[in-house]
Design a protein around this ligand. Structure first.
Ligand SMILES: [Zn+2]
Length: 357
């Protein structure tokens, strides 16, 4: 290729450059164009300049002039276009208001919190006081004051988790010397004792919170679960009051107000009763939920044992009362048909997201 041809090729390159510049739409296209013309190593201007080394001496001047002219045209045009891009470019960190919005992810409240809050709301409306208390209890408040002295067989039913290091007992003299003093509370009833010790009757309270038993994990048992317990003490409180209260709660929680009492035994109540509600799924016809019986057991209850009143300094001849207790997990399982209690603790969002906010 002769140098003369090179000169005309360089002159033709001006038009090529102008055409290419006219095609540029985006900033990255512009960068690409600039590199392909002005790039130090592989740009076209650099390529043409390298021709000067081998050019014939008589043509060097003309070739050099053509290259310089092209360089000047390209640099000026690029600089002008760069200004335009600079003016139209978005400032850093600018918000593109045309982008579709990003919806914030809302959390879901845990089903056990939903049940707890619903139960608390029902009883607050009925004028009850809501109590929370220590999860580490002493033997006295968990058992002894609830009419379960050290050798009482009912203690075995509780599968208690005793703690190695005892905290100071409330009433040291009342304790069995061979027994550890502190434990993880096996029921929320201990809070009822603490409340009555410090407050004269009348009493109207619900206690709610986690309790602990040495249970193995299966479909219906966990070593930690939640209880809600109610206690009403005053003059002239009867079994009819208990039945009315339990019916009102069942109506609110399950939409089923029909209840039946079955005789049972608890050391701290006399008489004691298990309470069933008419199955809210089949209305008593019999289904899988109620195991074809038409009834569902929801809680244990009874009239407060006189020995409990004596332990807290109330006069059993002057006051009577009723108490009831149920499992928060059991209520949640029944309400939403959850077959496996372990789902409540596995923190699987696919499960938790199915409940309310
Ligand atoms: Zn049923």
């Amino acid at each position: 290729m002769s140098e003369q041809n090179e000169i005309s090729r360089i002159e033709a390159a001006r038009e090529k450059f102008r055409a290419a510049l006219a095609e540029v739409r985006t900033s990255s296209e512009f960068q690409e164009l600039r590199n392909s013309w002005l790039g130090r190593k592989s740009g076209r201007i650099a390529e043409y300049t390298s021709l000067l080394k081998t050019a014939a001496p008589e043509l060097k001047k003309e070739l050099g002039r053509a290259i310089n002219e092209l360089r000047s045209i390209v640099e000026t045009a690029i600089a002008e276009r760069e200004k335009e891009f600079g003016a139209s470019a978005r400032p850093k960190n600018a918000v593109d208001i045309t982008l579709p919005g990003r919806a914030p992810q809302l959390g879901h409240r845990h089903p056990l919190s939903l049940v707890r809050d619903e139960v608390m709301e029902i009883f607050t409306r009925l004028g009850y006081q809501v109590l929370e208390g220590p999860e580490i209890e002493d033997d006295y408040h968990n058992f002894e004051a609830l009419n379960m002295p050290g050798d009482h067989p009912a203690r075995d039913m509780h599968d208690t988790l005793y703690l190695e290091t005892p905290i100071a007992p409330a009433k040291a003299g009342a304790l069995q010397p061979s027994r550890p003093l502190t434990l993880l509370r096996t029921h929320t009833s201990a809070m009822q004792i603490r409340h009555m010790e410090n407050n004269p009757p009348p009493v109207r309270l619900v206690a709610i919170g986690p309790v602990y038993r040495k249970d193995d994990l299966d479909l219906t048992h966990t070593p930690m679960f939640h209880q809600v317990e109610g206690l009403v003490v005053g003059t002239g409180i009867t079994l009819a009051d208990l039945k009315g209260t339990v019916s009102a709660m069942a109506r609110e929680l399950f939409g089923s107000a029909e209840v039946r009492f079955r005789p049972s035994f608890f050391p701290y109540t006399e008489p004691s009763a298990e309470v069933d509600i008419r199955c809210f799924k089949c209305a008593g016809a019999g289904c899988a939920l109620c195991k074809k019986s038409g009834w569902i057991e929801i809680l244990g209850s009874g009239m407060v044992h006189p020995a409990v009143f004596e332990a807290v300094g109330y006069n059993p001849d002057e006051v009577t009362g009723f108490a009831f207790g149920m499992g928060v997990e059991r209520v949640a399982q029944l309400k939403w048909g959850v077959g496996d209690i372990r789902l409540f603790y596995e923190n699987d969002l696919r499960f938790l997201e199915q409940f309310g906010i």
